[in-house]
Write a protein that binds this ligand. Structure first.
Ligand code: PGA
Length: 251
């Protein structure tokens, strides 16, 4: 059997979490240290990156950022560079999340530049792709995802520096999920596109599914071909739920 990538279950806390959330992080860390079947990561808000990365040092839990600026430093009020994330102890950063593509009007070109910035700072780039409800209804899902992938994933991707997250916009935070067949179709399509661009290396690149993943549906979603883990929003805020999802890989 061909080798498959080691799964990654990454939690995107979005704009949630205060210093007191370190108790939840500690529970997640304890759970992560017991798990052998997948890598676990939490992407807290920037304000918690340093304390979380410091607390997680020496544990199996990785810490990532949720966005970065393309430039390493400069007059960009309110922005945070990939170098700053790395300096705080992050090992990865999410770029091109649909909430940023929508509310911050980020284009594929900007997402690509952010992924390059991540690599410049030696971070893994978790690049998000996904169609809206209207695009799915118009049968444009593969077009949209293919276009985003071509425009947002830089040349030079490797299995170590790239994670792709397929996140249908209409499934994020809604409790709705695509059918297993629909997820399989998009993940197979993404894998094929990665193989065309990056050759045999692409077999080991992780392609995560994201959008309303919870313990109740994780067992069904995470076994789908070419799904190499999950990007989890709401359910990553509670250790029990987040670990319940990752638990699928322990069986
Ligand atoms: P959700 O978010 O799990 O709350 O749907 C997923 C995401 O936005 O990464």
């Amino acid at each position: 059997m061909a080798p498959i990538p080691r799964p990654l279950v990454a939690g995107n806390w979005k704009m949630n979490g205060l210093r007191q959330s370190s108790a939840e992080l500690a529970r997640i860390m304890r759970g992560a240290d017991q798990m052998t079947g997948a890598d676990l990561m939490i992407c807290p808000p920037a304000t918690l990156l340093f304390p979380f990365a410091t607390a997680a040092r020496g544990s199996k839990l990785a810490i990532g950022g949720q966005d970065c600026h393309a430039q390493p430093s400069g007059a960009f009020t309110g922005d945070i560079s990939a170098e700053m994330l790395a300096d705080c102890g992050a090992s990865a950063v999410i770029v091109g999340h649909s909430e940023r593509r929508t509310s911050h009007h980020e284009s594929d070109a900007e997402v690509l530049a952010k992924a390059q910035a991540a690599w410049r700072a030696k971070l893994t780039a978790i690049i998000c792709l996904g169609e809206t409800k209207a695009e799915r209804q118009a049968a444009k899902t593969l077009d949209v995802v293919g276009h985003q992938l071509a425009g947002s994933v830089p040349d030079g991707a490797t299995a170590a520096n790239l994670v792709v997250a397929y996140e249908p916009v209409w499934a994020i935070g809604t409790g709705l999920t695509p059918t297993a067949a629909d997820i399989a179709e998009v993940h197979g399509f993404i894998r094929d596109a990665l193989v065309r661009r990056f050759g045999s290396e692409a077999a080991m690149m992780r392609v995560l599914y994201g959008g309303s993943v919870k313990p109740a549906n994780a067992a069904e979603i995470l076994v789908i071909a070419d799904v190499n883990g999950a990007l989890v929003g709401g359910a990553s805020l509670k250790a029990e739920e987040f670990l319940g999802i990752a638990q699928v890989y322990e069986q």
